[in-house]
Design a protein around this ligand. Sequence first.
Ligand code: GDP
Length: 510
Amino acid sequence: LSTILRVRNEDLLTKLKELGFENMTYNYILDSETAALIADEYGFEATTNDNTSVDLFEQPECTEQKLLVPRAPVVTIMGHVDHGKTTILDYLRKSSIVNGEFGGITQHIGAFSVKTPKTKKMITFLDTPGHAAFLKMRQRGADVTDIVVLVVAADDSVMPQTKEAIKHAKNSGVPIIVAINKCDKPDANPDKVVADLAGHDIDVEDYGGETQVVRVSGKTGLGMEDLEESIITLSEVLDLKAQESKTLCEGWVIESEMKKGLGNTATFLVRRGVLERGKIIVAGNTWCKVKIMKDEHGKVLKKAGPSTPVEVIGWKDLPEAGQLGLEAKDEALAKKVILNRMAREEKFKEAQDIEKINEMRQSELREANKRQKIEELAKNGLSLEDIRKLDSEEYKDLLDETKQECEIVPFIIRADVSGSSEAIAESIDGLGNDEVKSKVLYQEVGPPTETDIERAETSGAIIFAFNLKTPKDIILKAERRGVHIKSHNVIYHLIEEVTHELQSRLKPDI
Ligand code: GDP
């Protein structure tokens, strides 16, 4: 401290004595509060570093060519409903069993790998067809997909969701391969599909463009090998590579599920580095020490490199699909990172609560001010008629109102089901009059949590638990922090209690 404050050690000790500290020695450990106090004496302003900046980040892109290795393309299947996405995925999955060294069934883990029959290259397919999954991932910033296979039925051609898929793929800059499906059908007209796609801004290769078009049947398997080889050709053009060694592991959560007997499991698609048993991955606000890793055939893997999807067992809580998972060097760091992330989120939410209350207060205040101005004008001899003639928009609609400074009473709603929580919020939000008004900060499903208590403490909110049992430790915590949790099973009684609460805050008429 003396070094930072630029004073001699002895002088600092003397100063401490003056300040009332006894038996101080040069190696005495000061706590942050005392250190700040002393710094203040020397004219320094101390800020407390609470370590909230500890976090994990993606590593910068690897530019060292010799560290980059080719990786399998990650493919998403999109297209109109009933055009055959699921059938194609099923066919590919089955062929992966036939061509692979494992017999038996594959499990749905959200993604699977296929070895192409001719070139013996790997392709990873995301196993959830449809656009919602693709968009959800992208909303979280997860650019998981390298290639979109656009499935168009040869007997139906371009349909609304086909156009939508084209739009999504183009917006995200992901290249398309067209699979014209159901070519086994007698009424199949693949040439019409090609012409229609050309009309929708797809530069199909049949017309000299770059987009590969493959005629397939998910039912008979016709053209499926060609489709796989087209994917490999495009991935070679895209020159897909990843850093595998000398790096921490990174990847995406593809989906997660609580499985009986296994606990929290999540499918992880490695993007960089190698995932191994014992490694620690942080995703969002949860982490895992990899206990077991399995592929889609249920085979236990020791290692998983880039573009390999693996089901990982050992998560503390379920991570969310689309979340980026980053390796932490040890458990202590993982825990610290998560605590910090949660603390930051809480601070952010608390700030939002306060902002909501302030906004409401501000708008009530503005109205009260306007009303006051009108009253002043009226006192100065202007009739309401005259004021009306001033033609000021803001005065006009307020002439009949009598707003005063308003107290806002915030509430947090917890209910057993979302239908109830929404109904309650709707019924009680904004209840009251110009003097006191209720404000629902937020409503959620499930019993009250510690976060609710913290948010209630910061905002002065009352928590309502509807049709739920509040855990004992939460009740105790709330009591300790002066937060009220009120339980109800009848909406009508709950509303009544809100009304009473508002009434109790009315200033008595003098
Ligand atoms: P999705 O909604 O795009 O996933 O479509 P599905 O895979 O569920 O297929 C819809 C229907 O089309 C099902 O009845 C399939 O059996 C049928 N189907 C899918 N692919 C083919 C195909 O190549 N040929 C024929 N004849 N029928 C198909």
